[in-house]
Design a protein around this ligand. Sequence first.
Ligand code: SAM
Length: 330
Amino acid sequence: MSGLADRYGRVATDLRVSLTDRCNLRCSYCMPAEGLDWLPGEEVLTDDEVVRLIRVGVEQLGIREVRFTGGEPLVRRGIVDIVGQVHAIDPDVEMSMTTNALGLTRVAASLASAGLHRVNVSLDTVDAETFGRITRRDRLPDVIAGLEAAAAAGLTPVKVNAVLLRGHNDDQAPQLLRWCLDRGYQLRIIEQMPLDAQHRWNREAMVTADETLERLEAAFALTPTGRPRGSAPAEEFLVDGGPATVGVIASVTRPFCGDCDRVRLTADGQVRNCLFAREESDLRTSLRAGASDEEIAQRWVVAMLGKRPGHGIDDESFLQPDRPMSAIGG
Ligand code: SAM
C-alpha cells in the first residue's frame, strides 16, 4: 500500500487523533457556556479501538507523527496507557499532544515515561481577568502549573498556542510573548478559523496574522528565520535577533493547504481528510463489524482521495463544517 496519498500529490503522514469531544474549559470562540451535546459513550472509540486504528495508520499507511487532541485529551482516563501502547507499536513515531494543560501537573511525568515527546499548550492570555472572560473558568494558575510540569518532565520544546480575539486579548500579544520568552516556551499565534460551534466567526472581526505581526513588531525586532515552512503551518521569526522564536499561523489569510500532510481521526472513529471537510469516512462501523486491518486501511486510503485542494474559506460556496473544532480535534 502506498500510504495516504490524495489526488493532488500530497501524502498524509501526520495523524491528529481526538480522544474526546469533552472539554473542561468553555472558550467563548469554541463553544457555548453550557457546553455541547457530547457524543454518547458507546459512540466513542474504546482505548483498544483507538490504538488499533493508530496501529493500522503506522504499520500500513505511513503515519509518522501522532498528535492527541480533543476536546481536552487529558480528560480521557486511559490517556497514559494509550500513549504507552502507541509507543510500543513504533518508538520512532513522533508523539505529541495539544492540551489546555489542566491536570498536566498530575500526569506530565507519566506521559513522558510512556513515550510522549512534546506538548502544545493552548493559552490565549496571561491576564487572569481576560483568561476568565475567554475561557469562562478561573483556572489560569492551573494552566501555568501545567506548563511548568510539562517543561520539568521534558515534554519539550513546550509550545504555547494562542488565538487573538478582537476586544479581548488582541492588544496582549507582546505581553504574552514576553511571558513565554522569560520561561523558554515557544509562542505561536493562530488566526481564528470558522470552526466555532456557535457559527459566529466573521472575517472582518478576525485578527489577521499581519495585524499580529504589526503589534509584535511594536515591541520586538522580528526577522524571518528563513527556514522553509514545508508542511509546518507556522511562519517563524527570530525575536530580537534570536535564538528565541515566535510563530504565526495564518490559516485563513495565507493558507498552507498545498503542503498539508495531515489527516484526522475523531473520537467516534471518523476519518476527516481536512479540518474543513464536509464528509467523513466511518472507520468505527467497519471496525466493529469485524473488518480486517487491511480492509480498514483500504477504506482509509479511499477516504484520502476525496481531499480537496484547499479549505476554500474565501470561496463564495464555503460552508462551515457541521462539527465544531472541539468535536473534530484541533
Ligand atoms: N483542549 C485542547 C486545547 O485546548 O489545546 C485541544 C483542543 S482545542 C479545540 C485545540 C486548539 O484549537 C486550541 O488551541 C484552541 O485555541 C483552538 N481553537 C478552537 N477554536 C478555534 C478557532 N475557531 N479557530 C482557531 N483555533 C481554534
